[in-house]
Design a protein around this ligand. Structure first.
Ligand code: NAD
Length: 488
């Protein structure tokens, strides 16, 4: 079995305990992972705090921080193949997706490398003639970055990149499911030349590791990505340290297709929106909202694509649908489908786990035209399961799109420009993709509202969000301070 280690204060170690990681394609254990518990969390936070205060990091110029991030970006690009293979092995995400995504992860670090020395303060035209007043932007401090199992390198990059660019230090907690790519990332990070303790990488379970970390008094900010239930724990944990939080949570994103849409494009985008990454994507377009004029024809085309998608070993380049990450996800998908069918949903295709080793679930479509209360319309599956509703009018399409407590992403397919603008304004979500889906960039902010969380990752604002403003008042007059009993 392959062995992995945690990374604290620039040193690699085994952790308080060890646990097995299973290969989702076969269900068999393949590696031993370090399991961080309270003592490891304590050591990691202490190392991050010491690094935050040490002159090697605190006194480093922003440009020098940027050069280190650029070096890290190069190292990730050089090691993209190894990282992609590890992510595929440990999470079951297909190699086509991990290879493309990890090559792009390097670009996120490059973007934040360039931003490091552009995080500027400000000078204020203050309303008092004998004062100079300016704002310093200072790093928040020690950041706890907690990520879920899917796209861990990507979700770590959107936290670690801006946090280090801003001058923070980080304790990064990998998911207990599929932590291999982030533990390998720690080895690569170690070669980039950052002072020890600037980044620490742990993995472990929720109660013994995640909860201890996010409630730790040495943490200034918690950057969390995961499910809404865990997010509630994290917010409760942060009542202990009063750390600020940013929350990137799940979605139940609408994918709206009008009758005038380019149907070939819309079908492909819907496949990408719900079947790519085996549907295990926070931005999955899991609710198809489609004009009744084209519903039957569209569903026929989509069903053909769903049935012909190549299901197989995730490490084969031809595979299009890999396994789900955990056995628990398989049974959850089956339970949700059973409950949705009981509520009146009609099964169009898929619906049952495949009879083969590993955690494979086929692309599934549920027509909910007569099942407005079906749980598949409300609850995130995190699997390749699409729910469908038809509409007759634009107003109805918008109402269906917004009939959710989530608000992460959305897609609109139409050739009508004015209608597209009305939908962009009306949809309650952090992202609207028009005539495309599942596009991301380091330059574009990413995040949601409602049950999908708050805060934005990516873009300039994300780096600013890892800083706080210090207001400096400097009196320029040599005259004695006037009446001390009056506020100036
Ligand atoms: P999860 O919420 O179960 O776990 C996320 C992380 O939280 C893990 O590292 C876990 O160990 C940790 N954790 C668990 N209990 C904790 C506690 N009490 N305190 C602190 N940390 C704790 O999520 P998951 O099942 O691994 O991932 C799937 C979820 O992540 C989905 O809901 C998905 O939509 C969401 N997600 C959101 C985004 C986004 O950017 N919006 C991106 C990817 C995934």
């Amino acid at each position: 079995m392959q062995q992995f280690q945690q990374y604290i204060g620039g040193e690699f170690s085994d952790g308080s305990a060890r646990f097995e990681s299973r290969d989702p394609a076969t269900g068999t254990p393949w590696a031993m992972m370090p399991e961080a518990r309270a003592a490891d969390v304590e050591a990691a936070v202490a190392a991050a705090r010491a690094a935050f205060l040490a002159p090697e990091w605190a006194g480093m110029t922003a440009s020098a921080r940027g050069r280190l991030l650029a070096r890290l970006a190069d190292l990730i690009a050089e090691n993209a193949d190894t990282l992609a293979r590890l992510e595929t092995r440990d999470t079951g995400k297909i190699i086509r997706e991990t290879s493309a995504q990890i090559a792009y992860v390097a670009e996120y670090y490059r973007y934040y490398a360039g931003l490091a020395d552009k995080i500027e303060g400000a000078h204020l035209p203050i309303d008092k003639p004998d004062m100079e007043v300016w704002l310093r932007r200072e790093p928040l401090g020690v950041v706890a970055a907690v990520v879920p199992w899917n796209s861990q390198l990507f979700l770590a990059a959107v936290k670690v990149g801006p946090a280090l660019a801003a001058g923070c230090t980080v304790v990064l907690k990998a998911s207990e499911d599929g932590p291999a790519p982030l533990l390998e990332f720690a080895r690569i990070f170690d070669q980039a030349g950052f002072p020890p303790g600037v980044l620490n990488v742990l993995t472990g379970f929720g109660p013994d590791c995640g909860a201890v970390l996010t409630s730790h008094p040495g943490i200034d900010h918690v950057a969390f990505t995961g499910g809404p239930e865990t997010a509630r724990h994290v917010v409760r944990n942060s009542a202990e340290n009063l750390a600020s939080t940013s929350l990137e949570l799940g979605g139940k994103s609408p994918f709206i297709v009008f009758e005038d849409a380019d149907i070939d494009s819309a079908v492909n985008a819907q496949v990408s929106g719900i079947f790519a990454a085996t549907g295990q994507s926070c931005v999955a377009g899991s609710r198809l909202i489609i004009s009744n004029e084209i519903k039957d024809a569209f569903l026929q085309r989509l069903t053909e694509k769903a049935k012909s998608a190549r299901i197989g070993a995730p490490d084969l380049p031809e595979t299009e649908i890999g396994p789900l990450c955990t056995r628990a996800q398989l049974s959850r998908a089956e339970d949700l489908i059973a409950a949705s069918l009981s509520a009146g949903a009609q099964l169009v295709t898929g619906g049952q786990q495949l009879e083969r080793e590993g955690y494979f679930f086929p692309p599934t479509i549920l027509d909910c035209s007569d099942a407005a209360e079906a749980p598949c319309l409300r609850e995130e599956f995190f699997g390749p399961v699409l729910s469908v509703r038809g509409f007759d009018t634009e107003a109805e399409a918008l109402a269906l799109a917004n009939d959710t407590a989530h608000g992460l992403a959305s897609g609109v397919f139409t050739r009508d420009l004015t209608r597209a603008h009305r939908m962009i304004r009306g949809i309650r979500a952090g992202i609207v993709w028009v005539n495309t889906y599942r596009a991301v960039s380091p330059i574009a902010p990413f995040g949601g509202q409602g049950l999908s969380g708050h805060g934005r990752e990516g873009g300039l604002q994300a780096a600013l969000d890892y800083t706080r403003v210090k207001t400096v008042w400097l009196r320029t007059s040599d005259d004695p301070i006037p009446d001390p009993f009056v506020m100036r």
